[in-house]
Structures are given as C-alpha cells and as structure tokens.
Design a protein around this ligand. Structure first.
Ligand SMILES: Nc1ncnc2c1ncn2[C@@H]1O[C@H](COP(=O)(O)OP(=O)(O)OP(=O)(O)O)[C@@H](O)[C@H]1O
Ligand SMILES: [Mg+2]
Length: 254
C-alpha cells in the first residue's frame, strides 16, 4: 500500500500565557484510496488539524508528509504550488466563484494547472457525470441548489486528481437528502478513482461513509474506529456509541 499522508507528533498551540493545545501530539497515517473521517466534539481540534494538513495553518511542532514530502519545511512559494498541485478542497461553504458557471468553476482548476485546452472539455464532462451535475454545467452558483453547488465543488476538487482531498464539514449546510447524495458521490470518487479523502465531520451519519474514523478529544486522538466489512448502518450505530461516550450532542446526530 502506498502511504499518502503521515502525521507525526503534530501540535498546534494558540495564545500566550494560557495556551490552548488545539492539536496535541497527533500521530496517524492514511494510505492511498482510503476514506478517513475525523470526528470529535466542538473545539476538539478537527479544523485545526485539517488546516495544518492543508498548509493554511502552521504547526507548533511535529511533521506532516504528503507522498513522502515533509510539507512543514516548505517555503511560501513551494507551499502554494503544493496546495495547487497535490490537494483538493471541499469546505462547508463551497467557495464557488459567483461570476462563473459550474462548468467554468470546474474547468478553472485545470486551467490554473495549465492542462492542455483540448483535454479540458472531456475531463469536465466526465467529472460532471460522476458527480451527477451534468444538467447544472451552464448554471451560475446562485441558480443551483446547495447540494448541486457542493457536488460542483467536489468535482472541482477531484478533477485534477489530487493526492489528497480534504473536506471540512462538507455536508454541514446540506439537508439530509443532499448530504446523502454528496456522500454517495464521495464513495464513487473513492471507489472508481481511488481518491484519498480526509473528511472532518461532527455528524455520525456522514462519518458512517468512511472506512476509518479518528475521534479527537481535547486535540488528541481519543479513539480509532475501523469499518472493516461492517455494513454502513452497523458502523453508524458503533459511531453513535462512541459519540455518546464522548458526551457529544445527540441533537447533532441524524
Ligand atoms: N485562531 C485561533 N486562535 C486561538 N484559538 C483558536 C484558534 N483557532 C482555534 N482555536 C481554538 O482551538 C481549539 C480547537 O478549535 P477547532 O476549530 O480546531 O475545533 P473543531 O473541532 O473544528 O470545532 P467545531 O466542531 O466547532 O468546528 C478550540 O479551543 C478553539 O477555541
Ligand atoms: Mg471545525
């Protein structure tokens, strides 16, 4: 198995005097083609951990390797290149550009990476089909539903075949039907394209689509759950048990 991500001794402190250990000595790795979730109560360090991996935030200590390259030692210019070429992002607010159509938003990811023009059109169409947004390609973000926008953002994230797709609460703003559709598309991306996905969520239903879940508490890995051959519904129940043990807010759980 090819290792895509390795995190070792990762710490991120905030503040002086009273220091918050937002991420506190975290170790884990992700293999190619894995779909890994990060769960934990509000304030447990999920976003901070993801932001360190996405190079938006700088760790206080520790190392992060992506495809064998230690990204904590990269300079600013190398960092932006690394982000552009190796990572794909899907956020809660999907950050599509309002003045561009879905097609243009997706194609832009390729243009930035200087993909030859003749390859762009077939790639956009193929990816749109995978994400079930073909009928939206000529629409502007304001003409699309939240779920369609989120699937467009997912298309934009995957089209460049990044080593790692990072998603922070991608279903957070969606109703349960749209959430389900997005997650099913993530599964397809993962299975057909061998996309490696690391997804933050506080929601057990969303997490149940993952193969493996890291549960954070107070910035540290409190538990790891492996789905194995378990059916998604059974995995969902196991996740609920852990969330309950953590004293999580059940109202957040579908
Ligand atoms: N820029 C910052 N400055 C100071 N403290 C911060 C900053 N960002 C996060 N924190 C603190 O670090 C801790 C972890 O925050 P983080 O945003 O990673 O939590 P989270 O697990 O993503 O929570 P949520 O589920 O609410 O999104 C919290 O105690 C938070 O207050
Ligand atoms: Mg967060």
């Amino acid at each position: 198995m090819e290792q895509i991500l390795k995190v070792e001794g990762l710490c991120r402190d905030y503040g002086r005097g009273t220091v918050t250990h937002a991420v506190d000595h975290v170790d884990f790795s992700v293999e190619k083609g894995e779909f890994v979730g990060i769960m934990g109560p509000s304030g447990s360090g999920k976003t901070t951990l993801l932001n360190c991996i996405s190079t938006i935030d700088t760790p206080t200590a520790g190392h992060i390797w992506v495809e064998g390259q230690d990204i904590t030692t990269l300079k600013q210019k190398e960092l932006s290149r690394f982000r552009r070429e190796r990572l794909g992002f899907v956020f809660q607010d999907c950050n599509l550009l309002d003045t561009l159509t879905a097609y243009e938003n997706i194609a832009l990811a390729l243009t930035i990476r200087k993909t030859p023009v003749r390859q762009v059109d077939p790639l956009v169409k193929e990816t749109a089909q995978l994400l079930e947004i073909t009928e939206c390609l000529n629409k502007y973000p304001y003409q699309m539903s939240g779920g369609q926008q989120q699937r467009t953002a997912a298309a934009r994230a995957i089209i460049t075949q990044p080593a790692l797709i990072l998603a922070d609460e991608p279903t957070g703003a969606l109703d349960s039907k749209s959430a389900r559709l997005l997650l099913e598309r993530f599964e397809v991306m993962n299975q057909l394209r061998q996309a490696t996905i690391l997804m933050v969520t506080h929601d057990a239903f969303t997490a149940s689509y993952c193969h493996r879940i890291l549960v954070l508490r107070d910035g540290a890995v409190f538990a790891q759950l492996e789905r194995g051959n378990q059916d998604r519904r059974d995995f969902f129940r196991r996740i609920i048990d852990v969330v309950t043990e953590l004293g999580g807010d059940q109202s957040n759980v579908l």
